[in-house]
Design a protein around this ligand. Structure first.
Ligand code: ADP
Ligand code: MG
Length: 320
């Protein structure tokens, strides 16, 4: 859906923000870009909606080179959510949310009805909040309006730059949680930037770990945590508590899928740590291992990296 081919951005002052980036985000996938400040995450994102033009390589959206697209038309297909939200201060919450559809010619009443639905969807009662102005909202509520507004034009693609960065940790976790539930129903293709590995792991179907302007590893969160591609990624990941969580989170029945077809070659017992299970899983070319009942020794189900990811998502949310 979004495909980077050898993309480089060198700014006028000679700074190379990203160099020779190649990766692909598939339809309905949420990819998180994570890395330290200044590593090129925002530059990567802004090239997708042509707020920044690459100096080399090309970016394809749905198979088409975006360099040939009209930027205005392009941005209609791409929702954009930023940390500062950028709500219009003199417009109400409902008006803010309905802005883009109205610009696109949707009749006012219809745009507002849709805006009300979306506010409901992000957990803001339109009857209570629709008539408020942005400065009458908390940071977390403003962020929800930002997400509702980005969804209003129903774009297939969403770009989110540190969308939950400006709110406190408790609210952030709730927003992340709600956002995951929302994404389950809307299935947008999403690039989400964060400097927080915990957030990248929780939200991403896959993670791109940035070094200085390059992607050091692009893989499922569980793989990044359990099998860092190099010492840079190992150090980045090692500094985070996500990795430690692998050691203390047990494999549970809810993480498993039904066993059918050839029985898996290797297995671990229910209750084994995710770290143990992953160590075995990563040895298996089939990408699946058996999980056995520790009492009877019988096969209880099959664990895949998706199951490990589900378990990782469960872990921190339970802490809250
Ligand atoms: P991140 O979002 O990961 O913090 P950015 O993409 O914003 O990183 O920036 C990547 C690098 O490019 C940084 O070194 C930054 O200083 C530089 N940079 C960003 N914008 C410009 C610009 N307009 N002109 C020159 N250098 C820039
Ligand atoms: Mg940035």
């Amino acid at each position: 859906m979004i495909r980077f081919e050898h993309v480089t951005k060198r700014y006028a002052d000679g700074t190379t923000a990203v160099a020779d980036l190649s990766f692909e985000v598939t339809e309905g996938e949420l990819v998180t870009l994570v890395g330290p400040s200044g590593c090129g995450k925002t530059t990567t994102m802004k090239m997708v909606n042509r707020l920044i033009e690459p100096t080399g390589g090309r970016i394809l959206l749905d198979g088409q080179d975006i360099a040939a697209a009209d930027p205005v038309e392009l941005r209609r297909r791409i929702g954009y959510v930023i940390q500062q939200v950028g709500l219009f201060p003199h417009k109400t919450v409902l008006e803010n949310t309905a802005t883009v559809p109205q610009l696109l010619g949707v009749p006012k009443a219809k745009a507002r009805a849709r805006a009300a639905e979306l506010l409901e969807l992000v957990g803001l009662d339109p009857a209570v909040y629709g008539g408020r102005y942005p400065d009458q909202l908390s940071g977390g509520q403003r962020q929800r309006v930002g997400v509702a507004r980005a969804l209003a034009a129903d774009p297939p693609v969403l770009l989110m730059d540190e969308p939950f960065g400006a709110v406190d940790p408790v609210v952030r976790e709730r927003l992340q949680n709600e956002f995951l539930a929302l994404q389950k129903s809307v299935r947008k293709t999403i690039l989400l930037v964060t400097h927080d590995l915990e957030e990248a792991v929780r939200l991403g179907d896959r993670i791109a770990v940035y070094g200085q302007g390059t992607i050091e590893q692009f893989a499922a969160p569980a793989t990044v945590l359990a099998a860092p591609a190099n010492t840079y990624v190992a150090r980045f990941v090692g500094a985070d508590r996500s990795l430690k969580r692998l050691a203390v989170t047990p494999v549970e029945a809810a993480d498993l899928t039904a066993a059918h077809g050839t029985p898996p070659a290797a297995s671990v017992p229910l209750g084994a740590s995710l770290r143990e299970a992953l160590a075995v899983l990563l040895q298996e070319d089939s990408g699946r291992i058996g999980v056995t009942d520790p009492d009877s020794g019988e096969l209880a189900g099959v664990l895949t990296t998706e199951g490990v990811h589900r378990a990782l998502r469960r872990g921190p949310l339970q802490d809250a």
